[in-house]
Design a binder for this molecule. Structure first.
Ligand SMILES: [Zn+2]
Ligand SMILES: [Zn+2]
Length: 230
């Protein structure tokens, strides 16, 4: 046991039992049983791809998530956003993220269809990033990248300090997030196929908006990847 374990003894983030950041019992409440939905119409779709009829020139092509956003997943992700838990939880959560994704046939097919994928994390607004000290989506993207041997690029920036999407209706979310992102130009870099990485997807308005920006800037295929699906 290290000195840090004595100062900050490990506790389960869900039930507070001492010993590990997630105890065996709470771990068993997590599931990989995710509903595959089209991000545009929120109706079931094969493997989480956007329906051909819902798709347009600048629409996200699909979205894959690892875990349903249940009570335990919620607690894990909430704790991940606060520093003392960061290092240990990033490993636990990235393993879950990876395991959930590789079980998805659609995700594997996307990986095999192209060798030019890279990960782009959904950015935080500058003041929020400063306050938190890190972007949780970027950490997840980089950890996934290590496991899948893919590069992470910060290609988007948040140009509008939007109010939280929590509690907003679908249409309000779309309006709130519109124009919130722009591309970070890098002349040496040609955008091709992007997997957008975020911690949670709810209505998909953030992923749709980011995919729109990326496709307007030359991206061919854009897929959303989230640790949890609400
Ligand atoms: Zn527990
Ligand atoms: Zn649809």
């Amino acid at each position: 046991m290290g000195i840090l374990d004595l100062l900050f003894p490990k506790k389960c983030v869900a039930c507070k039992k001492f010993g590990a950041y997630i105890c065996d019992k709470c771990f068993s409440y997590l599931s990989f049983d995710i509903k595959s939905l089209c991000l545009v119409c929120n109706r079931p779709s094969v493997n989480g791809l956007t329906h051909p009829g819902c798709s347009g020139k600048y629409t996200v092509d699909g979205c894959f998530s690892a875990l349903p956003y249940n009570k335990t997943a919620k607690k894990l992700i909430f704790s991940f956003k606060y520093k003392p838990y960061l290092t240990d939880l990033s490993k636990v959560l990235s393993d879950l993220f990876y395991e959930g994704l590789i079980q998805n046939e659609g995700f594997n097919r996307e990986l095999q269809n192209s060798n030019s994928w890279f990960f782009v994390p959904i950015p935080l607004y500058s003041s929020k990033l400063k306050k938190r000290g890190y972007n949780q989506a970027e950490i997840l993207a980089k950890e996934l990248g290590k496991r899948l041997n893919l590069e992470t690029q910060n290609l988007l920036k948040r140009v509008k300090n939007t109010k939280t999407q929590v509690g907003l209706k679908v249409e309000e979310r779309k309006t709130n997030i519109k124009g919130a992102f722009s591309i970070i130009h890098n002349s040496k870099f040609i955008i091709q196929n992007v997997m957008l990485v975020d911690d949670v997807v709810t209505t998909g308005s953030t992923l749709l908006e980011c995919a729109n920006v990326l496709k307007r800037n030359g991206a061919k295929r854009v897929i959303g990847l989230t640790l949890a699906r609400d």
